[in-house]
Every structure is written in C-alpha cells, then in structure tokens.
Design a protein around this ligand. Structure first.
Ligand code: PLP
Length: 380
C-alpha cells in the first residue's frame, strides 16, 4: 500500500503529538469534575484557566472574554442568536454568500422566522465589495457577520475595514475566524470585533472543541444555559479537549507563525509544478491575499469527483470543497457565488499543514499529471 498523503487540512488536522500528550492525563487519571469542591476536581480548574490564558494570549484578548464551546458551529450560532436576542427591535442581518454552512443555515432559520438577510456577493475571485456592504446597511440592521478566511478558496477578508463600517453605524460584528487561526495573526483589540469563533480541529487539537470570544461589554445571551463558563455556556467542561486546545494555542504562539513561510513555499511550489506540467489549469480565489496553505484548483474538462476518487486509490486525500458540502454532491456555494465555470473547471481543494512534505507534493504532482491526462483522454 502507498503511504497515506493527507492534503485536506482545511477539513480537519491531525492531533499534534504534544497536544495528545497534554490531554492524556485528563482522560486517564485526572478525571475530576471542575465544578467539584474537593481538590481532585478543583485541580483541573487550574488547567482550564491555563488554556484560557493561552487562547487569550493568541488573540490578544482578556481571559474572561473566552468561552469554551463544543465546536465553532456552536460558537457561530451562539454569537448570531445572542446578537438577535439583544436587539429585539431590529430584524436585518448582513452576511456573505461564501460563509460556512453553520452561518448560512442559521441565517436561513432566521429568515424563516421573519428576519431579512442580505447575502453580500463576491466577484470572480471571491472578493467582497465594501461599497456594497455600506449600501446594504439600514436602520434595522442588528448584525454583520463575515468570515476572516474562506475554507474553500482561502481568501482573507478585510475584517478591520468591515468592523470599522459596522462600528460607525453602531452595528454588532461577528467574525468566523476558524480557517484563519494559526495562519493569520489575530489581534482582537486591534480588529475590535464583538464576537469571534474558533475551532480546535483546524489547529491540530481534537474535533469537538471550540471557542467563542465575546468582547467585554457586549450584551450576551447564552445558547446553552448553565452555571459553567461564568453562566455563559452550560455543560460540564470538556477538560481534556480544553487542555488540548490550550496546548495547540501554545504551539502556535511559540512558533510565531513561522510555519506560514513553509506552507506558502510548499503551496506555491505545488501550484507552479502543476501549471508547468498540466495545460488548462485554473486556480480559484484571490491569489494575492489568501491563506498560505490553500489551493482551489481545476483542470479543464476533468471532473473533480473522478479526480478525487482516482487520487484516493493511491492513498492521496484531497477534497472537492468544504467537508460539509462534499457529501451532498452539490456544486460549491462559494464557487457558484464566484460565478465560476464549474461545468468545465470543477475544482479540487488541496490544503496543507505543517505535517506535509515536499516529497508528498512531488508524489501528488506525479499522480495528478498521469490521472488528469488519462481522464482527459477518456473524455475525448
Ligand atoms: N467555519 C468555518 C469557516 C469552517 O471551515 C468550519 C469547519 O469546517 C466551521 C466554521 C465549523 O467548525 P466546527 O467543525 O468546529 O463546527
């Protein structure tokens, strides 16, 4: 069997060995409940505080602005529903056509409950027009929700400018920063958004742990009531996963984003080699301003699904879009929003992590060249 080459790190990442190591005691021996009065439980409270400190440091936030959740989807829904509940007289929200399903499905639900949602369009490279944003704001707008970086094409959005537009009109701003964390330096004091969400499993912590940042002074209503997290998120804390996420944040802080240079070098090498060896290739997205690890790439006349399956037969794992959409066999809503020619250029997404090597990329390129040629011949 060929060695496994995993190139779908925007879907999820491998848990880092150091993260796993940090978590294990809290799965094995230190299983006390942090709400307990006795020391066996109380000791783990210190560990939760330590994790919070790391996340706060990573974001330049205060520790009491960090709430642990079960995932970023929960964080997104909580932030949106809190904004809505705290502005009962306003019924208009602005978001974009390229958000993650957890945002878009929440908006759909609100639409079914009398809310008016504006979905900002993007141009062919997935870029937003901030003039459009300004023109859509009304006296009824209670929230603007825009992602920091797109999971499919990797575009990085002008969050600071968007927040300034929101603040001028006294409108809450939520940012889904799931794909940006670890790849884009996030300083919430500078960016000044009201709420922001993160997910553990995109940064080498496990699936099933998320963060919601809520700026101090923001009116907040929980989604899950209970006394944990300062009455802001009920449910016994997921101690091992919180510890793992704290360790993952510490690793990012210690690395100080140096990994981005390696990722960009590897991604650019891969794209250049692909273009040098295969004709009629398109790379989607804002090539000047995108995540260093992400490539949304299409080969004229080649079905992305067929390509994915052929690569899988060589133990190489890529995706055809976001993990949430790919099972639905529907075209990517992000590339539909970009008005992409999906009939001729259906994209695969290759997303790298610190675990990938040049040797893996060389194997990928070799396989891609032969598979694309073979599929093109078959379709003649
Ligand atoms: N937002 C974005 C941009 C994502 O890519 C994802 C996951 O793919 C999420 C939110 C949801 O994160 P989680 O899996 O932690 O719910």
């Amino acid at each position: 069997m060929n060695q496994k080459i995993y190139l779908d790190n925007n879907a999820t990442t491998k848990v880092d060995d150091e993260v796993l190591e940090a978590m294990l005691p809290y799965l094995k021996s230190q299983y006390g409940n942090p709400s307990s009065i006795y020391s066996f439980g109380k000791d783990v409270t210190e560990k939760i505080k330590n994790s919070k400190k790391n996340i706060a440091k990573l974001l330049n936030a205060q520790e009491d602005e960090i709430i642990f959740t079960s995932c970023a989807s929960e964080s997104n829904v909580t932030a949106i529903m809190s904004a809505v509940k705290n502005n009962p007289n306003k019924k208009h929200i602005i978001t974009t056509k390229v958000e993650h399903a957890s945002i878009l499905e929440t908006m759909k639900n609100l639409e079914n409950n009398g809310y008016n949602i504006t979905y900002l369009s993007v141009d062919k490279n997935g870029k937003l027009d901030l003039e459009e944003l300004k023109s859509k704001i009304t006296n009824d707008t209670c929230l603007i929700s825009v992602m920091m970086a797109n999971n499919e094409i990797g575009n990085i959005y002008p969050i600071k400018e968007i927040d300034e537009i929101a603040k001028e009109q006294n409108i809450l701003f939520h940012c889904d920063a799931v794909q940006a964390i670890g790849k884009v330096k996030i300083d919430v004091k500078d960016l000044n958004m009201d709420t922001l969400s993160l997910s553990g499993h995109k940064i080498h912590a496990p699936k099933g742990i998320g963060v919601l940042y809520v700026k101090n002074g923001t009116n907040f209503t929980p989604l899950i009531f209970g006394h944990q997290e300062n009455n802001r998120r009920g449910g016994t804390e997921n101690v091992p996963y919180i510890v793992g996420l704290g360790k993952a944040a510490e690793l990012i802080i210690n690395d100080n984003y140096k990994v981005n240079n390696t990722l960009k070098e590897l991604r650019d090498y891969m794209e250049n080699e692909i273009k040098n060896n295969i004709d009629d290739v398109i790379i989607y997205g804002d090539l000047e301003n995108r995540l260093p690890n992400t490539s949304s790439i299409a080969f004229k006349g080649v079905s992305a699904n067929e390509l994915l399956l052929m690569l899988e037969s060589f133990n190489i794992f890529i995706s055809t879009g976001s993990a949430c959409n790919s099972k639905l066999a529907e075209p990517s809503h992000v590339l539909v929003a970009c008005n992409a020619d999906l009939d001729n250029y259906s994209p695969i997404r290759i997303s790298l992590s610190k675990d990938n090597t040049k040797e893996e990329i060389d194997i990928l390129i070799k396989r891609l060249v032969s598979i694309v040629n073979m599929l093109r011949r078959k379709n003649l």
